[in-house]
Design a protein around this ligand. Structure first.
Ligand SMILES: [Zn+2]
Length: 381
């Protein structure tokens, strides 16, 4: 922690990089944890930046995680950055919700600089705690770098909790690295599978930004082609067939029941559409269910009807939503609107499914020629 209390109950803060003299002064008196009131000691060695630590770490909830150097340094960096222009408190306690954000800006914005894993349940509970009490939660990722896989990036379930959305940036994710003292903004995040995303990247040194940060909009571009998409889709199907023994998987067994093969479905089932990140499953799964439940039976399907069909499949456990605690929009209805618009243009015209793998590949070529521009253009926000 960066803030403790002295014997008189006054706050003693280390956020402004104390000099040796101040450190000596703090050392010569006693400090206590503002949360559990147990004695703490000042640690100012060669490795970590100066911070307070419990003499005995037992029974202290807010500080039980044991702070890493990365977390301490990141919190101190962000504190000095924001304090240039705004009023900011480190580790301020909010009694109405019993929460202690890393930083509280203007008594309004609660910044959580999260370096270690947090469950979706805790992440959501903390976010709601802030929102229900009119604080504005702002989560910044501080963990290990996002892994690359070729041209794409791997965002785990934990990473995805940080996702935000805006019409300018699409889905976006903000990370801060205290070693390099820079932010990395991943925007226009578009999934190819549940954890593999294409993204536009911007790295910005802390010193060249002011608070609140304003990032330039990246040039609108989709960083994969429809043929990349089909390749990834087929790879995903093959892996799933191999590992999940086809028949026992609810999606595969539903496909087989209709007399189709998952690799030979109509090409309008399993296309990339805007907002598809909302559903954790591959688009081929939910688009197949929509087709099976509504589209093959009805001439005109409304967004709400489609959203209800998806919710029904979620209730049965056949589909899962991604957990985005910070997001209130877009919604499943927005996603359905996107897909149904495409279906109106292309799906109705597609008469039948493929018969052979070779035939399907030929059909894909024609499909790409006809619809690539439309599909890819609509992915961007
Ligand atoms: Zn404590």
């Amino acid at each position: 922690m960066l803030v403790a209390r002295d014997q008189a109950g006054q706050l003693v803060s280390l956020t402004n990089r104390p000099d040796q003299q101040t450190i000596q002064k703090i050392r010569s008196s006693s400090q206590f944890c503002p949360s559990c009131r147990q004695p703490v000691i000042l640690k100012a060695g060669a490795v970590k930046i100066p911070h307070f630590a419990h003499k005995q770490l037992e029974g202290c909830q807010p500080f039980s995680e044991g702070e890493s150097e990365r977390h301490l340094k990141g919190k101190a960096d962000l504190h000095s950055w924001i304090s240039r222009t705004h009023q900011v408190e480190a580790e301020a306690y909010l009694p109405e919700i019993s929460q202690r954000p890393d930083l509280l800006v203007d008594r309004k914005v609660a910044i959580e600089y999260q370096c270690s894993f947090l469950s979706a349940a805790l992440f959501t509970a903390r976010t709601q705690g802030y929102q229900e009490n009119e604080f504005f939660p702002f989560w910044i990722y501080g963990g290990p770098p996002i892994k690359r896989q070729g041209r794409f990036y791997q965002f785990s379930t934990f990473h995805r909790l940080f996702f935000q959305y805006s019409p300018l940036f699409g889905f976006w994710f903000l990370a801060y690295c205290p070693n390099r003292e820079q932010f990395t903004l991943y925007s226009q995040l578009i999934p190819l599978t549940s954890s593999l995303y294409s993204a536009s990247l911007q790295t910005i040194p802390l010193t060249s930004l002011s608070y609140p940060p304003h990032f330039a909009q990246p040039p609108a571009s989709v960083l994969f082609s429809l043929s990349d998409w089909f390749k990834q889709k087929e790879r995903w199907l093959q892996q799933k067939l191999y590992f999940q023994q086809g028949l026992y998987d609810p999606f595969f067994s539903a496909v087989y029941k209709t007399g189709h093969h998952p690799s030979l479905l109509p090409l309008c089932i399993g296309v990339p559409v805007r907002f598809m990140a909302l559903i954790k499953n591959h688009p081929i799964e939910w688009q197949f269910y929509l087709w099976n439940d509504l589209l093959i039976h009805e001439e005109k399907v409304e967004e709400r009807e489609a959203a209800a069909a998806i919710e029904n499949r979620i209730k049965k456990g056949e589909l899962q939503l991604n957990v985005f605690p910070v997001l209130s929009t877009p919604t499943i209805t927005d996603l359905m609107k996107e897909y149904l618009a495409f279906w109106e243009l292309a799906g109705k015209a597609e008469k039948e499914a493929g018969q052979t793998t070779f035939g399907q590949m030929e059909r894909e070529k024609g499909f790409i020629k006809e619809f690539e521009e439309l599909l890819m253009h609509r992915l961007i926000f």
